[in-house]
Design a binder for this molecule. Structure first.
Ligand code: XUL
Ligand code: CO
Length: 434
């Protein structure tokens, strides 16, 4: 049975008018000596592709899912696995990501849910072996069930905290069983609605203890991939503790978790935090902590997490400039944490949506590579800081400088002549490549 009304999507180049083809993404084409697929490491998000019915706060789902009987049965969950792998195969996507409750149902108690998860994981393992698809990361859904309404690892209730720990333990074991490359923590409801009822210090201490338990458990089960923290400032909670890359880094440093953790940066979360995506990526990369990317985009007219497909070529270019500068993704990838608009309800719309995201990133990659090869932008930035390469600047960078030295230098050299930042010239330069 085939559910997506198309053949495997092929690269046809820019002259093709076939909407069901790649115009730019050519998996094996080399960019700077490395294939596009190895640069980009695209991943499909199980929760959006298989479980998002496109409902919103004002109306129910519109997505047509002819394969899904709407039940919480394990059988239904197993059917979805076949559909999902058909989709990945047709798209040529070689990685995927899941939450435990996307792939298997939450049943009456923990043991029943875990047993259901085992059955689905066994099938996913067979499918991975058959196709060569790999698990980029797994995670536990600690935000949908009503028990987590006041948080999971930051719940005021130790019973809820324990449940969350049990659930993460199992999700980590499932990730390990599927040779997952990483494991993600997005703090769904780890935050608060009001400080009137919240002991922030205890909640954050508890969160750190929870993550240390995850590190310890990873050691026990031999899972050595990175853990990712995925920053997001709000939604669903009013204030989430992992609000942006800088806040996450501070937390990881304070609680001695830097070794085992990296950041998974998501575009729409960056903009919700009042930052650009390139800002968040740069903060993470500068700390040597950029692990993976949830590739989507927001809508400038809407103030919430719209999780749209990343079709903005300028944005994809900015992302790839940071990724290339840091030497590429290693364990991480570009996970399409993105959903179709509610109006795009047919299965084939999933194909169109992913073609758009993959083509936009292929262009972003080629453009970013060309900008770097051209070197004018890189040289400009090097030159802008070149006074720190010699004399007093070099002394500052070596940590050998004092205020007396700065004073003596200024007395000898007088008023500085400041060079232009040339923002507009550089914007024009980037546009030359778009
Ligand atoms: C929610 C979000 C999550 C994480 C995984 O905004 O981004 O789907 O990526 O829990
Ligand atoms: Co995400």
């Amino acid at each position: 049975m085939q559910y997506f009304d198309c053949d495997k999507i092929q690269f046809e180049g820019t002259s093709s008018k076939n909407a069901l083809s790649f115009k730019h993404y050519n998996a094996d084409e080399l960019v700077g000596g490395k294939s596009m697929k190895d640069h980009l490491r695209f991943a499909g998000a199980y929760w959006h592709i298989m479980r998002n019915d496109l409902s919103d706060p004002f109306g129910g789902g519109t997505a047509q899912m002819p394969w899904d009987d709407g039940s919480d049965s394990v059988e239904n969950a197993l059917t979805r696995v076949d559909v999902f792998f058909e989709f990945l195969d047709k798209m040529g996507i070689e990685y995927y990501c899941w939450h435990d409750r996307d792939i298997a149902p939450e049943l009456n108690d923990l043991s029943a849910s875990s047993a259901a998860l085992d059955k689905v994981v066994a099938k996913l393992k067979d499918k991975q072996n058959e196709t060569g698809v790999k698990l980029l990361w797994g995670t536990a859904c600690l935000f949908s069930h009503p028990r987590y309404s006041q948080g999971a690892a930051t719940s005021p209730d130790a019973n809820v905290y324990a449940y969350a720990g049990a659930q993460v333990k199992k999700a980590m074991e499932a990730t390990k069983e599927l040779d997952g490359l990483g494991y993600t923590f997005w703090g769904g409801r780890e935050g608060y609605s009001t400080l009137l009822n919240t002991n922030m210090k205890r909640e954050i201490d508890h969160l750190a203890a929870f993550l240390h338990m995850a590190v310890d458990h990873a050691k026990k089960i031999g899972f050595d991939g990175p853990f990712y923290i995925e920053p997001k400032p709000r939604e669903p909670s009013t204030h989430q503790y992992d609000s942006d890359a800088a806040a996450c880094l501070n937390f990881l440093r304070e609680y001695d978790l830097m070794d085992r953790f990296r950041l998974n940066i998501e575009t729409n979360h960056a903009t919700l935090a009042g930052h650009t995506m390139e800002h968040e990526l740069t903060v993470a990369a500068n700390a040597g902590m950029l692990g993976s990317i949830d590739a989507n985009r927001g809508d400038t007219l809407i103030g919430w997490d719209t999780d749209q497909f990343p079709t903005d070529i300028h944005l994809a270019t900015q992302v790839m400039l940071v990724v290339l500068e840091m030497g590429g993704l290693t364990t991480g990838g570009l996970n399409f944490d993105a959903k179709r608009r509610r109006e795009s309800h047919e299965p084939i719309d999933l194909v169109h949506a992913h073609i758009g995201g993959m083509d936009a990133f292929a262009r972003g990659l080629k453009i970013a590579h060309a900008i770097r090869e051209d070197r004018r932008l890189l040289n400009f930035v090097d030159e802008r800081y070149s006074s720190f390469d010699k004399d007093i600047g070099a002394k500052v960078e070596s940590g050998q400088c004092s205020f007396e030295d700065l004073e003596a230098f200024t007395q000898a050299n007088g008023e500085p002549t400041v060079a232009s930042g040339r923002q507009e010239m550089l914007e024009n330069l980037v546009n030359e490549f778009l």
